[in-house]
Design a protein around this ligand. Structure first.
Ligand SMILES: Nc1ncnc2c1ncn2[C@@H]1O[C@H](COP(=O)(O)OP(=O)(O)OP(=O)(O)O)[C@@H](O)[C@H]1O
Length: 272
């Protein structure tokens, strides 16, 4: 069924040249399927290749071999069907929140009427809780508010897929939790298929339908995929009181710890 393999990464390889001109496979044989409407987190040690995978799905970097299919179409470059939210939203300082979101909407929906475009922008800014701040400029907003604009800018394009590259990485823990709720509320409503990179095991367990654990690079691939069996919508406090939450967390931390040990053993073998 197309819904079960809405996003498909098959035998994906990404190689970069090292200083000696040799091709080093950072990611090697990455296979993953994502169901329509599912939120899959990708977790792994720093430098293993998480952003590389996400950027290949986004079409921002070429795939060395293998392929990525989103909603039945092979990814050959960037497109509005895949909206990306990075750690920093990089808003244009001379435009208001409204203007920043409108910029993409104008490009993606050139045939929509002015009123329709305005409605799209207002809808997405309301969805991220910026109803009363639409006409503020980036310099008048906190980092959390700016990131809300970044999320609004992405969902305003009505993407088939949302790609989140550590979207809360620069935020304090309270703002981080607020924005997790913003994303979850949107996804409960819109059911956008989502891939999210995170370093935070609690965030991964709380937010995901499945967690894809990546092995160390070079030659990183999918190590384990863990299903998170909590119903949606989720209640953070309720979930955190369950034994399952701690078991999922333990398995994640165990995986990361095993990777760390493997990394140290690899280094020792190289030196020895
Ligand atoms: N343009 C490039 N040229 C050469 N090597 C690169 C390039 N981009 C990334 N790399 C290497 O690919 C590897 C994976 O990088 P990537 O940023 O995907 O890892 P990551 O898991 O997202 O890291 P982090 O968690 O620290 O953000 C790293 O060793 C990095 O140095």
């Amino acid at each position: 069924m197309i819904e079960d393999r809405y996003v498909e990464l098959f035998e994906v390889v990404k190689a970069y040249p090292n200083p000696f001109g040799e091709a080093i496979k950072v990611v090697d044989g990455f296979n993953l399927m994502v169901k329509q409407g599912e939120l899959v987190s990708v977790i792994g040690h720093s430098g293993c290749g998480k952003s590389t995978v996400l950027n290949m799905v986004a079409g921002l970097i070429p795939i060395t071999s293998g392929g990525v299919i989103v909603a039945g179409r092979e990814v050959t470059g960037p497109g509005p069907d895949r909206a990306v939210v990075f750690q920093a939203p990089c808003l244009l300082p001379w435009l208001s929140c409204f203007g920043n979101v409108m910029l993409g909407v104008k490009q993606v929906f050139p045939d929509a009427s002015k009123a329709e475009r305005q409605q799209m922008v207002e809808y997405s800014l309301c969805a991220v809780g910026l109803k009363d701040s639409m006409h503020k400029y980036p310099k008048e907003m906190s980092g959390g508010m700016q990131q809300r604009v970044g999320i609004a800018r992405a969902i305003a394009l009505r993407p088939k897929m949302l790609l989140l590259d550590e979207p809360f990485g620069r935020l304090d823990s309270l703002t981080r939790m607020e924005l997790q709720e913003v994303i979850l509320n949107i996804l409960n409503f819109e059911k956008i298929t989502t891939m999210m990179i995170t370093h935070d095991p609690d965030e991964a367990v709380y937010m995901s339908d499945r967690i894809c654990m990546m092995t160390n690079g070079p030659g990183a691939k999918v190590g384990e995929v863990m299903e998170i069996d909590f119903e949606r919508p989720r209640d953070r406090e309720e979930i955190m009181e369950t034994a399952d939450f701690y078991e999922y967390r333990r398995r994640l931390l165990q995986f990361l710890d095993d990777c760390e040990k493997e990394k140290i053993a690899r280094k020792k073998a190289k030196v020895g």
